[in-house]
Ligand binder design. Structure first.
Ligand SMILES: Nc1ncnc2c1ncn2[C@@H]1O[C@H](COP(=O)(O)OP(=O)(O)OP(=O)(O)O)[C@@H](O)[C@H]1O
Ligand SMILES: Nc1ncnc2c1ncn2[C@@H]1O[C@H](COP(=O)(O)OP(=O)(O)OP(=O)(O)O)[C@@H](O)[C@H]1O
Lengths: 219, 219
């Protein structure tokens, strides 16, 4: 289980910090507002009030040890860029940063963010898509009981056929697609029982969320 | 194809209006800021600068004829509630409203919103989930080329088996589950070729987005 730092606890950052904690991850939450820190204090591993653009302050909280830092400061562009630069220089392995404009996204990528997210734009796209597909009934409900996920097969699956592995009877998960490493856009949908998993393949599986979790833990 | 009104063109509302237009829907976009209207004007069917809490103004733009109104005003709680109430009284069939706090969500539901969305919270949850599932690689990429959707089968599918219908060869879509009307939590995953579709069943299908669109149009 990886450890995370979330910097900026607006609606988006707060939701990330809270959800990560609920999933059992170690979370350091940082915000300059004492009220926001107070709200999250009992939920995360460590909650600290500080100005994240203050290099000394941010180094003093042991942030260099986290696996992933999420910068969830949208509006204050200068602060968001500065924090990204500092975390990059500290050597954080992976930096995910929120942007609320194209240019902010480009700046963040330039100074070191590995991934830039546009939460409002992305949720707008998802909601628009679900509104237009008038035949998509209960799509969200489907996703809460079942999930479609792509997984890296464990090495013991290599060169075995799907029927040999009997994933459905063993783990109650169903392989609905195999994405080959060398032809990544050409997913083989609904593979046959005799299809063999090769190293580099990604498996697209559907199953109840609790069964997928069990399977991940066994791996 | 349904028609929509989007009121409030912040990052979220703008993204909804733009995406709906790209999907071919008719969109009336409303915002009190002339700059936001100018940005979206060439993209949507109609873009109008007005204060949405002004009942006379909002009635003058033919909003009563839309199928769905999306209220994307987050911060100004009073405005968001007032607009929801007005649209409900005008008789809009479906009102989707953004909220940025629990209490705003409850108020919106109370005055008439059929669905309340919390875009920042929801994208925070999704991103946190994808960060923790270290084996969920490319989950978002999967969703952009392929979609898993639940559809209402057309009447000509009733009492036919999946092999009779040969959806894969005819439409290139794959049925990965059947949700029976009377046992809605018990989805039959990876049904067999001889399984028959009964009236009331919902089909869970996976396919490339363009193929799903084609199938929906043929229906
Ligand atoms: N320099 C900083 N150091 C620490 N925290 C900061 C700093 N600047 C802003 N924040 C915090 O980041 C949070 C998010 O701020 P911002 O106003 O950018 O929100 P936003 O991106 O619009 O938020 P939301 O996720 O609610 O849409 C706030 O709680 C704020 O206190
Ligand atoms: N009474 C109103 N009539 C019309 N438009 C309005 C009204 N009040 C606010 N708006 C518009 O709604 C948009 C969204 O406003 P708000 O400040 O609530 O944004 P937000 O929900 O934080 O946005 P974002 O989607 O960017 O996070 C703005 O463009 C604003 O001009």
């Amino acid at each position: 289980m990886r450890s995370f730092a979330v910097i900026g606890l607006g609606e988006f950052g707060f939701s990330i910090a809270k959800t990560l904690s609920e999933l059992g991850a170690e979370v350091i939450a940082i915000d300059e507002s004492p009220e926001r820190i107070k709200l999250i204090d009992s939920i995360v591993t460590k909650a600290i009030t500080l100005d994240a653009t203050n290099e000394k302050a941010i180094k003093s909280v042991g942030i260099e040890n986290v696996d992933v830092a999420i910068i969830a400061i949208g509006k204050k562009l200068e602060a968001s860029i500065l924090v990204a630069l500092m975390l990059k220089e500290i050597g954080i392995k992976r930096i995910v940063a929120k942007a609320i404009s194209e240019i902010q996204g480009r700046l963040l990528a330039r100074v070191g963010a590995d991934e830039v997210v546009f939460p409002e734009v992305e949720s707008g796209e998802r909601i628009a898509n679900s509104l237009v597909s008038s035949s998509i009934n209960d799509f969200i409900k489907l996703s809460s009981e079942y999930a479609v996920v792509e997984i890296i097969p464990p090495t013991e699956f290599y060169n075995k056929s799907l029927s040999e592995l009997s994933l459905r009877s063993k783990y109650n998960i169903n392989v609905i697609g195999i994405r080959p490493e060398d032809d990544s856009d050409n997913i083989k949908i609904l593979p046959l029982a005799e299809d063999v998993i090769t190293e580099g393949d990604m498996l697209i599986v559907i199953g109840a969320v609790k069964d997928l979790d069990k399977f991940k833990k066994k791996k």
